[in-house]
Every structure is written in structure tokens, then in C-alpha cells.
Design a protein around this ligand. Structure first.
Ligand code: SF4
Length: 735
């Protein structure tokens, strides 16, 4: 029988609504869902690849256990028995910190993972938590936390109402937003241009977004902080600062003015590669625009000044009266799980960093995590607190983290490695036990985090498109089983009871005396469904458990396959603030102190040649290279080089070259293009599928080179711990 189902695409942050044809248990079609309240029919090639992912013969359906150096399929009971035999003794002998945990980017796209991973981490109680956040986004989370009081209070451009969008180090034409959920960026940007608006892109590559832009400026990788300081300086120097409605809510204006005083456009120009008049004109055009927004992303985060650059983006939005205004940089209001919609409004505890440090490098904890760059040394350095067992969840740090080969070697020193993952890949090949979750099509879904960053307020939930296999646990059940083992309840623990207990504890913490009444209203649900119903009903649009009839509930959402539109973004300040002062902190001391580094760095010589990454439409990090529909076509892991550099270095288009950063070397295919700023090479990351023991048949045919193998894991933004993955000096020579 043929049916049609609807599913939120789990493959990137855009979260498009898909319409999926099913016949006799097989996927027949995947297209954009025209009526979807969030994406209105938009789809990119990755969305169609969901069928390939579901049908991929390399996708694991049964657990694997490593025996005599080889992974063999076992039953679920055998897999958990193996973990129960090996994990508790490590915890008993060496304590919680002996277990490290690593969470990857796909965790953000599975409700079960995102809701139950924190429970597992809390239960294990380890300090050694690492995630993809310190590879590309922690600077933005930290700067937002310092300015607005919460790690996820991140303003995003209100593209559909703006007149000027300045994009720095981002390529939303390809990504459809990152820390910004904006399907069909192209359509929305073109609509902006059609109504007279302007798109400005600042990037060391003429990206797909730059192609669409009205103006593109090359910038030296890592120079963003200097450009932004020059713009802020110009606003103050030329009397262009205009706080508008937010004036009474802003703290630190004078301190900020003093701190940027010496970063004149003339002084920063050489460091960012943009001439002083162009910097001034950018600042003036922002100040002039009635409605404008600055958006910075990967390029502004994956560098040694990531937090400073991320902060200055929002400083610019605030100083030009574009923060929290329609058409400016605004804060979405999600239907569930958004911390800045709960508790007392307008003031809070703010954020704290550095509550502890990593054992070896003494890197400060940020948002409960340690920098991914510290992972290998925490495994290999002897002493108390050494990581002896590792749990990876949907994570492939061997390809996605700096100095992956070092991480791979460290993993071989572990006493136990457990991976929750659907692939036997470059990282999980080191695991002793691999526990595969369900295909996204077999599982329910609700985007826990991404509506907090979405272009419009909507709510959607996806039911399983295909029947959930009765003989396989969902990820949340896998995590609960691990939790039961780690806490001594044993692999045979009653998961339903355990889930009831954990949920009751959570609800009591939040609802206090009303907890029993809340729990009674959701007693027919369990797992992520129950957590979601509680969050929706208690959320800003919820039915308040009956006290606000007509409000959102899970049942209501399930009855709306296209989702429920909750309206355009609306100003949320001051209610959203959770800073102790109840103000927008324009000049957090931690950031002003860090400006000293930038000051000292103003005169640093620009390297001859540096490398940056590259986002591609048919790829997202390391895990889509095994899907036929995305893997076909021209080879994409090429090193883009400007013709000036190619001539200087003797490189041939299509030829091979060696890229080196000190002793670290990779071999790449060269693509000569004048889309690159001279002095900058671009290579996409997430490639390098030539590791023995991995089971990614198609990806291994054209493995590509691992960009991240070039990088020094000790190089990071000292405030956020984010890895420096761009602007790194290299040498390049033909082979
Ligand atoms: S842009 Fe593509 S990959 Fe991303 S959610 Fe939409 S369809 Fe999926």
C-alpha cells in the first residue's frame, strides 16, 4: 500500500520538512513538504539522500563487539553483557573521571540522543566531557552567554525583513544556516535583494553566497577580529553609535569605547586585508541602514580569536540599533526546551566558565565541556583522572578534530571504548563495542535545540515514517541501558521504571509541589515523547497542563503534520536576559582582557600561505560520503588554490600536491580557481576515508584527505577552547 509521511530532515541545521512516499515498507520518493510551516517545500540534495542513508548496506543494524581484533555482530544482550563485564570495574577502580565522553554533531538531530545524553553524562559524573561544540561553535555560545546570560541566547538575522545582511565567514547558500536555521537561504536572500536590500559577504573565498552577494570582500583568515574592531572603532569615532530602544538596557558602553580606541581602521587594515576606507564604509552602511544584521559563523569561530570575533558581531548589531529589532538580529522563541523562556525573566545567574580545568593542559571548562583538542592527552597521559574508557556518541573525532591521527593512536590505548553510532567508521573502528541506533526514518523526532535559532517561530514533530523495529532499541533506550550499567543497576534493569524515576526527578526539580499533577497528565507517555509533552505544555505556547486551554500539547502537534506556525520573530529584550545585572553586557571583563592578545598581535606578519575549510552542498562533516546520491559526480575533496599561488608554487590544475604544517602532511588534488584570495588554500574537512577496519565501502573508493590531520590540537581560542581550524600557515608543493 502506498502512503505519504512527513519527517523533519535530520541531516543539517536547516531542519526542512520532507514529504516521503512509502510503499510496502520501502521509500519511493522524498521531496520538500510544500505545506511545512518552517521550510515551505524547500529541500537540498542531502534531504533526498535520507533514503540512501536508510538503505545503506554499511549502516549498522546490530551491535558489534571487537573479538581478536575484528568486529563481529552480536545480540543486544551480548553487547550489553560485554559492557557490564568491563565498564563497572573501571569506574570502581578509577572513579568517574576515568570515563570520557565525546558527543558528535548528529546528536543534535536525534531527539532521543539530545534528551538522554545529558542524563547519561550526569549519571556517569565524569569531568571529561568533549563535544563538537569546541570544534566550531563554542565561541559564539560563550560570547552570547557573557552578553545575554545564557549559552543559547544567540541572536540570528531576521532575513525576511532586513535591508542589509553582512555575512562574515559563513556560506549559508550551501549550509542554509549554521547556528541559524534558515531553509532556502537563497530564496530569502533574493527576496531581500528584490525589495532593494543588500547582501555583503566577507570571506577569503568567493563562496556560493559571495556569488549571490552585492558586495564581496576578501579577508585574511583569522583577521575577522581586526575588521570587527576597526568597524566598532569607526562607529565610536564618527559618532555613529545608536542604541535605540536598548539604551537603558546596555552596560559597558564607555568601557567598550575605551577598549577599542586604538583599533582604528588604518591600524587593523593590514591584519585583516581590507583597506581602511572599506572598513569605514561597512561601518557607516550598517549605521545608516534602517534594518540590518551582521552574521558571523564558522570562519569567525574556528580561529584563535573566536570568542572576541563572535562577541564583536553582536556588539555591532547592538551599537547600530539592530539588535532585537525586526529586520535586525533577533532572538527566536521556541516552543520547548529553551532555557531563556523559563524561570524569572530579565535577570539571572549568568554563565560561569572555568569551574574546573583539564587535567593535563589546565584548559578551562566551558559550558561543562573540555576542549576536544585535549582528548588525546587525557587518554595518554598517566596519572589520577586519566581517561581509561571512552563513550563516543555519534562522533567521529578522528576525522573531525584537530590532529585526528593522534586521537586514533590514543584510542588504541584505552581499556574500553563504547560507541553509539550507525557506522563502523574511522573512529568507531577503535571501539570494543558499537551500539547502532535506529534509522531516522524508524524513529520519532523533535528538534530540541534548533528552533531556538530558527528564522521563524514554529513547532513540528515527526512520527516514525517506517515501523520501529521491535527487536532493536532506540538510542534513548541504548543510553538508558548504559546509564543502568554505569550506575550499578545492571544491564537487566527495568528501563521503564528507570525512565519513570529519572523523569520524576527532573519534573520535581522544576515543578516542585506541582510535580505529581504534571506527571499524572503525561502518565500515558514514556521516553522522549513524555519529555517533549512536558516541555511543550510547560513552554511559552503550552496549555500549562490545562490552565491555558488551546495551548500546545504533543497531541496537538502530532495532529499537525505540517507543523504549527507560532509567528514571526518578536523583540524579546529585556525578558530574555539572564545576566546578573539584568543588562546586555557590552564589555564583559573576560573579553576586554583578551583584547590584549589582539593588541599585541596587530603587527604580526601575515604568512605566505594559510589553509581554511570549506562547506559543501553534498556533504556535512564526515558522515555523508557513503551515500550514493551524494557521492556521485566530480571529486569534491580538492584543494582550491588561486592562480597566483599556483604559478608561484608550480602547481597544476588536477595535479597532486603535498600540504604540510610542520611534520603533519597530507596529499591532495589541486583545483586552481580565482575564487580564492591569493595566499589562502581551501580544503573541505571530514574526509580521509582510507583507514583500515572502517566499513564505508563507497566512501573508501574516493577517500580524500583529512584536513584536520594538519592541525595542532594545542592551538585554540583560549577563552572557549575552540580548535583553530582555519588560517593555519602551511607549505604546499607539487608531487
Ligand atoms: S538543507 Fe538539505 S540537508 Fe539540510 S535540512 Fe534541508 S533538506 Fe535536509
Amino acid at each position: 500500500m502506498a502512503t505519504v509521511a512527513h519527517r523533519i530532515c535530520p541531516l543539517c541545521e536547516a531542519c526542512c520538512g520532507l514529504e516521503i512516499g512509502v510503499e510496502d515498507g520501502r521509500i519511493t520518493t522524498i521531496r520538500g513538504h510544500d505545506d511545512d510551516v518552517h521550510s515551505a517545500g524547500f529541500i537540498c540534495p542531502k534531504g533526498v539522500a535520507l533514503r540512501d542513508l536508510h538503505e545503506d548496506p554499511d549502516r549498522l543494524r546490530r551491535p558489534l563487539v571487537k573479538r581478536a581484533g575484528r568486529h563481529v555482530e552480536v545480540s543486544w544482550d551480548e553487547a550489553f553483557a560485554e559492557i557490564e563485564r568491563r565498564l563497572p570495574p573501571i569506574l570502581a577502580a578509577h572513579g568517574s573521571d576515568a570515563v570520557g565522553m565525546v558527543f558528535g554533531n548528529p546528536s543534535a538531530h536525534k531527539a532521543g540522543l539530545l534528551l538522554y545524553t545529558p542524563r547519561l553524562a550526569r549519571a556517569v559524573g565524569t569531568r571529561n566531557v568533549f563535544s563538537a561544540s569546541t570544534l566550531d561553535q563554542m565561541p559564539k555560545q560563550l560570547s552570547a552567554g557573557l552578553m545575554f546570560g545564557h549559552w543559547l541566547s544567540i541572536p540570528i538575522p531576521d532575513l525576511v525583513r532586513t535591508d542589509l545582511l553582512v555575512v562574515i565567514g559563513a556560506n549559508p547558500m550551501v549550509s542554509n544556516g549554521s547556528l541559524w536555521t534558515v531553509p532556502d537561504f537563497r530564496g530569502k536572500a533574493k527576496a531581500m535583494q528584490a525589495r532593494g536590500g543588500k547582501l555583503v559577504v566577507i570571506d577569503p573565498r568567493r563562496t556560493e553566497t559571495a556569488e549571490l552577494a552585492d558586495q564581496h570582500l576578501f579577508i585574511r583568515p583569522g583577521g575577522d577580529v581586526f575588521l570587527l574592531l576597526g568597524m566598532v572603532n569607526c562607529l565610536f569615532a564618527e559618532g555613529l553609535v545608536r542604541l535605540g530602544r536598548l539604551a537603558p538596557l546596555v552596560d559597558g558602553l564607555a568601557a567598550l569605547e575605551a577598549a577599542v580606541a586604538e583599533f582604528t581602521p588604518e591600524r587593523v587594515a593590514a591584519r585583516c586585508g581590507i583597506a581602511a576606507p572599506a572598513i569605514r564604509e561597512l561601518a557607516r552602511s550598517l549605521a545608516r541602514a534602517e534594518r540590518a544584521a551582521v552574521y558571523g559563523r564558522i570562519g569567525t569561530c574556528t580561529q584563535e580569536y573566536g570568542t572576541l570575533a563572535s562577541w564583536l558581531v553582536d556588539v555591532l548589531n547592538a551599537l547600530t540599533a539592530h539588535l532585537d529589532e525586526p529586520g535586525g538580529a533577533m532572538f527566536p522563541k521556541a516552543a520547548a526546551f529553551q532555557s531563556n523562556t523559563t524561570g524569572a525573566s530579565g535577570r539571572g545567574k549568568g554563565i560561569t566558565v572555568g569551574r574546573r580545568s583539564s587535567r593535563v593542559s589546565r584548559a578551562p571548562e566551558v559550558f561543562g565541556e573540555l576542549p576536544m583538542g585535549c582528548l588525546a592527552e587525557e587518554i595518554t597521559t598517566p596519572g589520577e583522572g586519566k581517561v581509561r574508557a571512552l563513550i563516543t556518541i555519534a562522533s567521529n573525532p578522528v576525522l573531525s578534530a584537530p590532529n585526528g591521527p593522534q586521537i586514533a593512536a590514543a584510542m588504541d590505548q584505552l581499556d574500553l571504548m563504547i560507541s553509539v553510532d550507525i557506522y563502523l567508521n574511522e573512529t568507531t573502528r577503535h571501539a570494543d563495542v558499537i551500539l547502532p541506533g535506529l534509522s531516522p526514518l524508524e524513529d520519532m523526532h523533535f528538534d530540541v535545540a534548533l528552533p531556538q535559532l530558527a528564522w521563524r517561530n514554529t513547532a513540528r514533530v515527526s512520527l516514525p515514517v517506517l515501523p520501529t523495529p521491535s527487536d532493536r532499541p532506540a538510542e534513548w533506550e541504548i543510553l538508558l541501558r548504559l546509564l543502568a550499567i554505569a550506575t550499578g543497576k545492571g544491564a537487566a534493569a527495568d528501563l521503564r521504571r528507570l525512565d519513570d524515576e529519572l523523569t520524576a526527578d527532573d519534573v520535581r526539580r522544576v515543578a516542585g509541589p506541582a510535580a505529581d499533577a504534571v506527571l499524572a497528565q503525561v502518565s500515558g507517555l514514556r521516553g522522549p515523547d513524555r519529555l517533549l509533552d512536558i516541555a511543550l505544555r510547560g513552554g511559552p505556547y503550552g496549555d500549562r497542563f490545562g490552565m491555558a486551554p488551546g495551548g500546545l500539547t504533543l497531541a496537538k502537534l502530532k495532529a499537525a503534520p505540517a507543523g504549527i506556525d507560532l509567528g514571526a520573530l518578536e523583540p524579546r529584550l529585556p525578558d530574555l536576559l539572564r545576566t546578573p545585572s539584568g543588562k546586555i553586557e557590552l564589555a564583559p571583563p573576560l573579553l576586554l582582557d583578551d583584547l590584549g592578545r589582539a593588541r599585541a598581535d596587530l603587527a604580526r606578519a601575515v604568512p605566505d600561505l594559510v589553509i581554511v575549510g570549506r562547506r559543501q552542498l553534498r556533504s556535512n562533516n564526515s558522515w555523508m560520503h557513503n551515500l550514493p546520491i551524494l557521492a556521485k559526480g566530480p571529486f569534491r575533496c580538492t584543494a582550491l588554490v588561486s592562480s597566483i599561488d599556483a604559478t608561484r608554487l608550480g602547481l597544476q590544475h588536477g595535479g597532486r600536491a603535498r600540504i604540510a604544517n610542520g611534520p603533519r602532511q597530507i596529499e591532495v588534488e589541486v583545483e586552481i580557481t580565482d575564487d580564492m584570495m591569493p595566499g589562502v588554500v581551501s580544503l573541505p574537512h571530514g574526509w580521509g576515508h582510507d583507514q583500515p577496519g572502517a566499513q564505508l565501502g563507497l566512501a573508501a573508493v574516493r577517500p580524500g584527505a583529512n584536513l584536520n590531520a594538519l592541525f595542532d590540537e594545542t592551538l585554540r581560542d583560549p577563552l572557549s577552547g575552540n580548535a583553530v581550524l582555519g588560517g593555519v600557515p602551511i607549505t604546499m608543493q607539487p608531487l
